[in-house]
Design a protein around this ligand. Structure first.
Ligand code: FES
Length: 175
């Protein structure tokens, strides 16, 4: 019977001091966080996007107007049931209702994602479905840039599964 011995590379930290082991673990954690950030998912507690409550500054027909969010984060207009979210140079407007059974969605800042309190469906900051009972991403309103504002057309709501092209284009790209 052959003895199986660990190769020299199977324990990179063999003989390390406690300090070196700690650095080794920190490097591994940082690498994991960077990998999550690269796919748009920040780990719990890291650079949590803030939540603010807002009201439209103007309403005309089906359009509700909001100032351009000054920084990344999530803003909710309860009166109009609109979620405004900025991620980098992209601004989205979502329906507050979960696309599964219309429960009001909540922002989970600790995990940088939306979550439905009813059946726990989860969505990324751009509304993309992650997991849960819902069968599509969050519904997006048509949006356009008007000077220093974002105009949201609450009469034009696009669903990812039936209006894919409009859903994909329902975003304001800031200069
Ligand atoms: S109502 Fe949101 S997941 Fe069911």
């Amino acid at each position: 019977m052959t003895d199986i011995k660990p190769s020299a590379s199977s324990d990179d930290c063999a003989g390390c001091t406690l300090h070196n082991r700690r650095d080794f673990l920190l490097d591994a954690l940082r690498a994991g966080a960077a990998a999550l950030a690269a796919i748009g998912m920040a780990p719990a507690g890291a650079d949590a996007l803030p939540l603010r409550w807002i009201s439209a500054i103007a309403a005309k027909g089906g359009e509700r107007t909001y100032p351009i969010p000054a920084a990344d984060g999530v803003q909710i207009d309860k009166d109009n049931e609109v979620i405004l979210a900025r991620a980098g140079k992209s601004v989205y407007a979502f329906a507050l209702a979960c696309p599964h059974q219309n429960t009001a969605l909540k922002w989970d800042a600790g995990n940088n994602r939306f979550q439905c309190p009813k059946h726990k469906s989860k969505y990324r900051p751009d509304g993309t479905f992650i997991e849960g009972r819902a069968t599509r991403s969050m519904d997006r309103y048509a949006v356009r840039l008007v000077d220093t504002s974002v105009a949201v057309d609450v009469d034009k709501l696009y669903q990812e599964d039936t209006d894919l092209a409009q859903w994909q284009h329902a975003v304001v790209t800031l200069p």
